[in-house]
Ligand binder design. Sequence first.
Ligand code: NAG
Ligand code: NAG
Ligand code: NAG
Ligand code: NAG
Ligand code: NAG
Ligand code: NAG
Ligand code: NAG
Ligand code: NAG
Ligand code: NAG
Length: 832
Amino acid sequence: MLMGGKAAICLFLLLFFSLQFHKIHSVELDTISESRFLTDGDTLVSETGIFELGFFQPGSSKNRYLGIWYKQIVVKTVVWVANRDHPLPNATSNMLKISSPGILVLSNNNTMIWSSNTTKTTSSRNVTSKLHDNGNLVLLDQHENVLWQSFDYPTDTLLPGMKLGKNLVTGLEWHLWSWKNNQDPSTGEITWGADTRVYPENKMKQGERIRFRGGPWNNQKFTGISQFNRSLTFTYVVSINKNEISFSYNLDISSIISRVVLNSSGQLESTVWVEDGKKWQLSLTLPRDICDTYNICSAYGSCSVDTVTQSCACLDEKRFVPRNEKSWNSADWSGGCVRRTPLDCKNGSEGFIKYSDVKLPDTESSWFNMSMSLDECELKCLKNCTCMAYANPDPSLAPMGCLLWFEDLKDIRVYPQGSGGQDIYVRMASSELVAQSNFKKSRGAQIKIILPSVLTGILLIGVISTWLWYARRKRTQAKLMGEGGSLTHVSESHEEDLQLPLYSFSTIAIATSKFSTENILGEGGFGTVYKGVLEDGLEIAVKRLSKTSNQGVDEFKNEVICISKLQHRNLVKLLGCCIQGDERLLIYEYMRNKSLDSLIFDKTQSRVLDWTKRFNIIKGIAKGLLYLHHDSRLRIIHRDLKASNILLDQDMNPKISDFGIARSFGGNETEANTHRVVGTYGYMSPEYALDGIFSIKSDAFSFGVLVLEIVSGNKNRGFIHPENDNNLIGHAWSLYNEGKSMELIDANLADSCNPPEVLRSIGVGLLCVQQHAGDRPNMSSVVQMLSGEGTLPQPKEPAFFMNKEFLVADFTSSTYQAGSVSDLTITDLDAR
Ligand SMILES: *[C@@H]1O[C@H](CO)[C@@H](O)[C@H](O)[C@H]1NC(C)=O
Ligand SMILES: *[C@@H]1O[C@H](CO)[C@@H](O)[C@H](O)[C@H]1NC(C)=O
Ligand SMILES: *[C@@H]1O[C@H](CO)[C@@H](O)[C@H](O)[C@H]1NC(C)=O
Ligand SMILES: *[C@@H]1O[C@H](CO)[C@@H](O)[C@H](O)[C@H]1NC(C)=O
Ligand SMILES: *[C@@H]1O[C@H](CO)[C@@H](O)[C@H](O)[C@H]1NC(C)=O
Ligand SMILES: *[C@@H]1O[C@H](CO)[C@@H](O)[C@H](O)[C@H]1NC(C)=O
Ligand SMILES: *[C@@H]1O[C@H](CO)[C@@H](O)[C@H](O)[C@H]1NC(C)=O
Ligand SMILES: *[C@@H]1O[C@H](CO)[C@@H](O)[C@H](O)[C@H]1NC(C)=O
Ligand SMILES: *[C@@H]1O[C@H](CO)[C@@H](O)[C@H](O)[C@H]1NC(C)=O
């Protein structure tokens, strides 16, 4: 049928103008009401312009969707899609309006495509819709009651403040569904959400198949997700009460833009926007490694990524055996493990063995009562023959909290000691308990359980706690000798005796001229360092720890003894300590040439460090770090490696200082003093800075920064290349790509340098500052690479440098109230 000419022209003009209109004057609304529609091309903007709602087409798709994205971010990032399964055509007749009785309706040419499914009916006529600054699209009645909100219908993105879990009143479940693919927001196969029938934990599923499990919720960390107790920027909130079971996260710093996305290939990506780099910086992706594969080791198997050969081991190789030894040994772990001595459940004779640092097993078949103490919990488990284990899932509620498992324990993994695993008590036949009372054996066993293999970096604190436990048992044998004596730890024959001189406060006060300001060598983490001279002429460096730690005298002594055991030519030697009243002093050997930063960053001073010396320093630091990570009896992650913590002796040999201090004296263990960030801007790896995850690989990152600083004579922090705004890492990377790495070197090195060594060092430096911890070499590879063995792998683009804003920490102490099980509310808890 022919359309009248006039009408056709009219339609054309209308179309033309509306298109032009949208292109040139697209309107930004702040409210949608019954009289104000949102037409295609216009947007609804949040209060202060952070988010924007409008129509978009993903990639080259022909389909059009209504979605929410960040208004101020140049990379269009859609966080929510309304009509994901009901696309609109690319047409100007698309419209979002409010229809009576208070429903948001998305239509094309007046055909309804999608609606808000508002369940709360309202008699009000004045319904409006607004976009909040947190990205939540809300439908409000005239009293500003929320009738409907987009946060209740997440797509693939979890924003701060959004919940996962279940609303027990409405029955609505909150979980993430992936997009089909990057171009298609329709509901994909993969979900991330909680099973709320039992003790809640998030699971990633593909259809019915579980791919990855987050671990039971608690307020300190997302076990199995972030291996850390506290984060620099996030606060977790778990609510379990009669109205809802939910988990959400908040940002302590509102200026940070962060999101968690479940992507279509089944990875959860936690990212933070970096304005400097104009890109999303990945801080964590899950699942991370083979051990995150759901139930890979089957019942009573435990997965560890440390082992080179096999990922799976029985939970405890003494008390469990593979169900099918042969297939187990050929890496078919599907049979799992069984108890060597079967349970017989003979009237209370059984007991429990504690396993530490584990990801708690699948709670599929569990029971909990968070008002029960751990002792009651044990009793409850013991009484029921089908109860296989118990634990306190949320240590922030300690001593309360009880979770019982009624089936074989599934999907256990072991974390490096101290990096966020939890304790679980597993039921054992009485004959298996005997071994535990044999102290010597059990200690070995415990270490073996915790470290099925001993290759990963272990934090000092974990070791210390094991050691303290050991020390406590033996306390009667530990004796402290007085003035001029020594602190001696007498232990069983397999431990060598250890002596550490104990100085009196007056001796040190005299040596440092009463801690006079003239003797200050530096202001370091945890205290001030003074130079001193003992009566016999020995020069010493004294670290006077700030009086903020609530640590007890015994604990302090024990930790000092631990640190004094670390001896290596590239570590500063601890000569002794002093404890008097609340004074805590550490006495170190004095280093004539002070710290590396006082030399390399100084244009004139840096001349004394020619290339040979610098290369020697780089290699020395690598060896010292290797010793801390792998060779020492305590496995230590330094956590604050930087130029000012590298001291130089009279021959310019580097000595790492402050090792172990971070963990043992940082004070974060004594919750009273958690306001300190350990680590230094410019040296922190992305995962540490953003998520508080530290590992030997975060030290490797700091080492990489240090190498680039030593080569270039520039500080990473504060360095901005005049032409391209790059920081030192970025600058080194662009020179590397242009094949001009030699241009990075300090001008003072021009004459002395050895180009192959310089290039090797820069290559190693760049490898160490890789974005992903897995791409960074460990220190033994670093030492090898520096010594010229093997070819250097090609580095990828290194971690972008982050705003210092990210690193502002705010650890507020937590308050909470534990209610009864029927009304247990744990809200507003701050991560520690
Ligand atoms: C959507 O329609 C407009 C106007 O007809 C056109 O210019 C644009 O290319 C279309 N976009 C896509 C992705 O098809
Ligand atoms: C819009 O709807 C009207 C009436 O329902 C119909 O005549 C017209 O063809 C439709 N336009 C388009 C572009 O679908
Ligand atoms: C609307 O919500 C109710 C309750 O949440 C749900 O049962 C129903 O399937 C939803 N309908 C649509 C069309 O989404
Ligand atoms: C609806 O909103 C208009 C304008 O804000 C106001 O004048 C009117 O009183 C409201 N009506 C009701 C029933 O609240
Ligand atoms: C999903 O995330 C992983 C990890 O960041 C990434 O390697 C992969 O390319 C992503 N997939 C898609 C489809 O974006
Ligand atoms: C179990 O022990 C309790 C007390 O120790 C005793 O009263 C009870 O008879 C015992 N039951 C069995 C089956 O041995
Ligand atoms: C939970 O434990 C507390 C303390 O033992 C007890 O008073 C309460 O009745 C228990 N609740 C349930 C449901 O078992
Ligand atoms: C043991 O616990 C299971 C699971 O909760 C329960 O079904 C069973 O009744 C309990 N048995 C006893 C004796 O309490
Ligand atoms: C985590 O917290 C527990 C208890 O609060 C503590 O023992 C452990 O050392 C902490 N671990 C880390 C890595 O901070």
